[in-house]
Ligand binder design. Sequence first.
Ligand code: ATP
Length: 207
Amino acid sequence: MRIGLFGGTFDPVHFGHLRPALELAEHFSLDTLYLLPNHRPQHRDQPQASTAERIAMLEISVKEVPRLEVDVREAMRDEATYTFDTLTELREDQPAATLIFFMGVDAFAKFDQWHRWQDILELANIVVIDRPDSTLSEFANELISRQAEQAGRSIQPGSVGVIERCKVTQLSISATDIRRRVNEGYNIRFLLPDPVREYIYDHKLYQ
Ligand code: ATP
């Protein structure tokens, strides 16, 4: 089993998440790539989408897309939760699986601020995907090149701690920009799936 996880706020999910997710699932021959919406305290959600709404938009997006699924374990927790805990749980559920955690360069640039980041590398592999207008931090560059020095290391069945970069189709789309456009009354068509656009209007999100 090869399982991928792609964490984020997904407020809302857009093609800048979905197209790379599909390409990664294919490129790494994943059995499943889970989109993993993060936990957010309800009282801080306004005027952004609630947890239930973020999940609903994700579910609509991956409906009938082979290999893409939504994992709600972090989003549904009552308290803050960490990637380390999620990966520990997954490792317990699927001891034989190869786990790959995907993130954009902007997210990976701050990886050293993550809770127990060294321990994350004992549980999973990391694939960093390029994102337009984002660059790696010094720490992130160093970590990747240190990893590259360990010649011959690539993600294999059962491996952990491998860090790779992967090129995906570059789409300069961000959730912040989509929220701003909705708020200012601009059309958001072709930035995200049509049913998600309809959901945003029906639920009067981001206005
Ligand atoms: P916001 O604008 O609200 O910060 P976002 O568009 O960056 O949101 P997130 O939910 O924060 O989306 O991102 C989740 C993950 O997806 C992160 O690892 C981020 O780097 C990656 N990502 C988001 N948009 C893109 C994109 N256009 N191309 C590549 N990766 C992306």
